[in-house]
Design a protein around this ligand. Structure first.
Ligand code: FDP
Length: 773
């Protein structure tokens, strides 16, 4: 253990009591946060209390405040809504209500509160904290508690987690529930798209927002932050009639709640519908999503986010001193951090103020770069500029998919093609990867050809694993024939290897001296230079949903352990993060070698578990975690050792992990990263255009565009070689490994958890300034 790192075993919760409550509108993932607080709290030796029905339960006390046990949060992870309840509470707004709440807490020794809710709920918690000592004094004066109680419970520590489907809280990249709400929205839009495809000219108008517009490739979006200019009605109808001319049958118009025009008049779905019917005569339907968005099972992302936040919240409480301000646990890139609660609330209120004052530019700026980027990307991709407005560039750009299919690849191709066309380039689609390239399977691809690609899984271009080295002559020839000035490769590890091979062959084949960029796309998430790859989120959701079903199949069946094999090559990302999202007991991966003793410990752990009320076990195994401890071996070992205590079943998830419609995250990630890659290509084409031709021979003209924390970063592929374990096709360092202790803690294993990454109290300004994608 390196000395520089802090490990939380030094932090003890012994003698502390933590209350956890959910407040305000419910959001999917709140239960995962409650579960994590309870289990982490118990793990560090604290007592944890459920406060049922939010602040109302705190004011009413009695049965509403109940001690939680490890088992009481079992099977909670996959449930939407909030199991412990959340009620609106007028009394807590009054001094008298807060006095009663304080008495209820002191009587149980609770001086630590985890509040999961929106900014209103968190502000209420802060006020309660500020008043705390005064409230206790009053309780002494009225004889309800004694001086000793005041001394023991002198400070109330508060930590907040934002549960809200709106993602409108400043200070976190994502709030708990947003990703799941996007899943619901996209499921509905996808369903509408399939029904409407067979009808003629059907337009749907939805109450949604910007990110879903990006994820489904909507034709028009109306959001409060971007009131349309005068004349938008004609422009929108013009666009829809152009769609008709292009034989597009379905139009999706998204209207967010509170959408306004530039005169401050509200834009309703009915107004939009009547407009389309009146001006174009299209058959137009309105679908209002309402509470559907809050419903259903939480997505993998929300389960992981909430679990991480819950654990971090307990750490924050353990570390809090009387001077520590109330904080909110938030997400920055792939890191859980703490920010002062009231700074975030203030910033959030400033956004609201700017909106109320119709200062939309300021509101968009205050919302952070990510919102602005979404807005710009949407504008770029949804509206085809008339040819007369696009100066033709002399360049042809080729796009290809390489490796195994991954959901979101098509969204990336669509985005690249449209951005390329907007920049004036002629875009070429290369079919079937480098193999198709060498055979000349290359066709021009136009704006309309990629319509509807965002929501489609697999690879519509066709993708293969073939590496280019054996076909260099032919590939060079095709580049010459088609006068290709730049390459965009969307794919997995073979795409990375392919780029390295093309780069190495530049001295022999001058045709290869063109700018090349790859964006990572594989379910395995094993590409050096990027924290995430397109397709991994969809695969993770597929694994999580399947695990839910598998777990459910055990209901009524006594004592069963499931061994589930996941994909990923040698990369344990899917197994580890899938295990965290599904609430598994163990995840075997190549990166964390395990021996027969570890297997034995796990069997003993499960044997113990069977004595409790949770008579079910889930074990994930990455396909290449160990060549001898195969899935069959582990299944047989567990079956033998578990005889008389539990029986076993095994499931190899296989290619279902690569399939299905892309998740909203993969659609958006694919869209944004490919747009950025294409903009880089345009810049490089100009930079390397010398004497009538493109000639790029520098290291930085062959890059990988990866997500590093919150930023999209171009990295020369040669520089990534150092970071790569080529034999096992994985990066030498992988950020998600730090989630493994968390998964083990939540499954009741004794382990140490490195908190050197977390625990810093930062400021919201720093948070908002970081370049985010
Ligand atoms: P990838 O190449 O995208 O990294 O090699 C690992 C893997 O993905 C696995 O996730 C999976 O086992 C396998 O490839 C699937 O490939 P095929 O579709 O070619 O069978």
């Amino acid at each position: 253990m390196p000395d520089s790192k802090k490990f939380f075993e030094n932090l003890s919760g012994a003698g502390k009591s933590i209350g956890v409550l959910t407040s305000g509108g419910d959001a999917q993932g709140m239960n995962a946060a409650v579960r994590a607080v309870v289990r982490m709290g118990i793990y560090v030796g604290a007592k944890v209390y459920f406060i049922h029905e939010g602040y109302q339960g705190m004011v009413d006390g009695g049965d509403n405040i109940k001690e939680a046990t490890w088992e009481s949060v079992s099977s909670m992870l996959q449930l939407g809504g909030t199991v412990i309840g959340s009620a609106r509470c007028k009394e807590f707004r009054t001094h008298d209500g807060r006095l009663r709440a304080a008495l209820n807490l002191v009587q149980l020794g609770i001086t630590n509160l985890c509040v999961i809710g929106g900014d209103g709920s968190l502000t209420g918690a802060n006020l309660f904290r500020e008043e705390w000592s005064g409230l206790l004094e009053e309780l002494v004066q009225s004889g309800q508690i004694d001086e000793q109680a005041v001394e023991t419970h002198s400070v109330l520590h508060i930590v907040g987690m934002v549960g809200s489907i709106d993602n409108d809280f400043c200070g976190t990249d994502m709030t708990i529930g947003t990703d799941s709400a996007l899943h619901r929205i996209i499921e509905v839009v996808d369903a509408i798209m399939t029904t409407a495809q067979s009808q003629v000219q059907t337009s749907f108008v939805l109450y949604l927002a910007l990110v879903s517009a990006l994820a489904c490739g909507a034709d028009w979006v109306l959001i409060p932050e971007m009131p349309p200019e005068d004349g938008w009605e004609e422009q929108m109808c013009q666009k829809l009639s152009e769609n008709r001319a292009d034989k597009k049958r379905l139009n999706i118009i998204i209207v967010a709640e509170g959408a306004l025009d530039s005169h401050n008049r509200s834009i309703t779905t009915d107004y939009v519908k009547d407009l389309v019917v009146r001006c174009l005569g299209f058959d137009t339907r309105v679908t209002i999503l309402g509470h559907v968005q809050r419903g259903g099972t939480p997505s993998a992302f929300d389960r992981i986010l909430a679990s991480r936040m819950g654990v971090e919240a307990v750490l924050a409480l353990l570390e809090a001193s009387p001077d520590t301000p109330a904080c909110v646990v938030s997400l920055r890139g792939n890191q859980a951090i703490r920010l002062p609660l009231m700074e975030c609330v203030q910033m959030t209120q400033e956004v609201q103020k700017a909106m109320d004052e119709k200062n939309f530019e300021e509101a968009v700026k205050l919302r952070g770069r990510s919102f602005e980027n979404n807005l710009n990307t949407y504008k770029l991709l949804s509206y085809r500029k008339p040819d007369s407005e696009v100066p033709k560039s002399p360049y042809n750009v080729a796009v290809l998919n390489v490796g195994a299919p991954a959901a979101g690849m098509n969204a990336a191709v669509r985005s690249a093609v449209r951005v390329g066309i907007t920049e004036g380039h002629t875009m070429f689609a290369v079919h079937d990867g480098f193999e198709g390239f060498s055979k000349g399977q290359i066709t021009e691809i136009k704006w309309g050809d990629v319509g509807g690609w965002t929501g489609q899984g697999g690879s519509l271009l066709g993708t293969k694993r073939t590496l280019p080295a054996k076909h260099l002559n032919k590939i060079a020839e095709q580049i010459r024939i088609h006068n290709i000035g730049a390459l965009l490769v969307i794919g997995g590890f073979e795409a990375y290897l392919g780029l390295l091979e093309l780069l190495a062959a530049r001295s022999k084949h001058p045709e290869l001296c063109v700018p090349m960029v790859m964006v990572p796309s594989t379910v395995s998430n094993n590409i050096p230079g990027s924290d995430l790859s397109i397709g991994a989120d969809t695969a993770l959701n597929a694994i999580t949903n399947t695990c839910d079903r598998i777990k459910q199949s055990a209901s009524g069946t006594k004592r069963r352990v499931f061994i589930i094999e996941t994909m990923g090559g040698y990369c344990g990302y899917l197994a580890t993060v899938g295990a965290l999202a599904a609430g598994a007991d163990a995840a075997y991966i190549y990166e964390e070698p395990f021996s027969i003793r570890d297997l034995q410990t796990n069997v003993e752990h499960l044997t113990e578990k069977m004595k409790t009320s949770i008579q079910r076990g889930l074990v994930l195994r990455n396909e290449n975690s160990n060549e001898n401890f195969t899935t069959d071996f582990i299944y047989q070992l567990y079956t033998e050792e578990g005889k008389g205590v539990f029986d076993c079943r095994k499931n190899v998830l296989g290619h279902m992990q690569q399939g299905g419609a892309p998740s909203p995250f993969d659609r958006n990630f694919g869209t944004k990263i490919a747009a950025k890659a294409m903009q880089w290509i345009s810049k490089k084409l100009k930079e390397f255009y010398i004497e009538g031709r493109v000639f790029a021979n520098t290291e930085d003209s062959a890059c990988l565009l990866g997500m590093r924390r919150r930023a999209l970063v171009f990295q020369p592929v040669t520089q990534l070689k150092e970071e790569t374990d080529f034999e096992h096709r994985i990066p030498k360092e992988q950020w998600w490994l730090k989630l493994r202790p968390l998964m083990k803690i939540l499954a009741k294993y004794k382990t140490s958890y490195d908190v050197s990454d977390s625990g810093q109290l930062e400021h919201v300004q720093e948070f908002m300034c970081v370049n985010s994608c």
